[in-house]
Design a protein around this ligand. Sequence first.
Ligand SMILES: C[S@@+](CC[C@H](N)C(=O)[O-])C[C@H]1O[C@@H](n2cnc3c(N)ncnc32)[C@H](O)[C@@H]1O
Length: 279
Amino acid sequence: MNNAKLYKSKKGLQQADATHVIENFSKYLKWKDHKETILDVGSGDGHTLCEVLLPKIADKVDRVIGTDNSNEMLEYARGEYGCQQIVFEKLNIECTDVPEKFQEKFDHIFSFFCLHWVVKQSIAFQNIYTMLKPDGEILLTFLAKNPIYDIYEEMAKTEKWAKYKKDYKKYLSPYHNSPDPEDEVRTILNKVGFHVKVCRSDRRCYTYPNLATVNASVKAVNPFLPNIPEEEHESYFEDYDNIMKKNKDIIWEKVNNNVDDGKFHCFYEIIIVVASKGF
Ligand SMILES: C[S@@+](CC[C@H](N)C(=O)[O-])C[C@H]1O[C@@H](n2cnc3c(N)ncnc32)[C@H](O)[C@@H]1O
């Protein structure tokens, strides 16, 4: 996902959850007496970092590094939010060697809606651990399960779309088909050496007013569209809509006493982690 402008305009779900997590889980973090240096993993368009997180902790930090592995996202974030205090740097959180300039440099590391894109989960968590100062802490949230992944899977099994979705599994959250995402994440965190304060999988609901809004949001994060020729996009979304409508009773649960109100209520699960390097 590289289109920062499109992503920024359609990220209602991500913004609502980042706000929820920051408002309800920052209380578990211990802040230092001095002004801190913090890092955000997968900062994307920079909006969550600079307009949701920073206003809440502005008095506690004096240096902020947003990181991402997409040049387009970095360029956009720099243009919107870059300044002396806030810089955006390239970092693939799955890399095998964390650059020395990032090692043990951060008091707090945050990440919102990035880590479900990462296949090598243990490496990502190990890298985050490496970048923390010895007494550093993390606050992370990412998707565990989402009905959109079921649609990706169903389309990947059709003759028409399979050729564009050969590697679809790497675009599902690593926990989408897990019987216990919370336990899996906690196990990795413990293995890496984190002291886990919070590791939970929360069921959330986001309501889209209509199908067109669902599609616009999905378009902003859909990893397959760049591989599908432009002239096939309309057909792709037609098939996508048909699967969604067919599955609506199963994966998009009706609310309001089971009355179909025409809206799309997306039920999904997010993982929330608060952990520290030391005790
Ligand atoms: C859904 S966006 C989230 C952006 C922002 N944190 C927010 O809350 O809106 C996910 C971001 O993670 C980035 N990303 C995906 N895989 C990554 C990786 N391996 N290393 C670093 N960033 C990655 C993407 O480029 C994208 O900008």
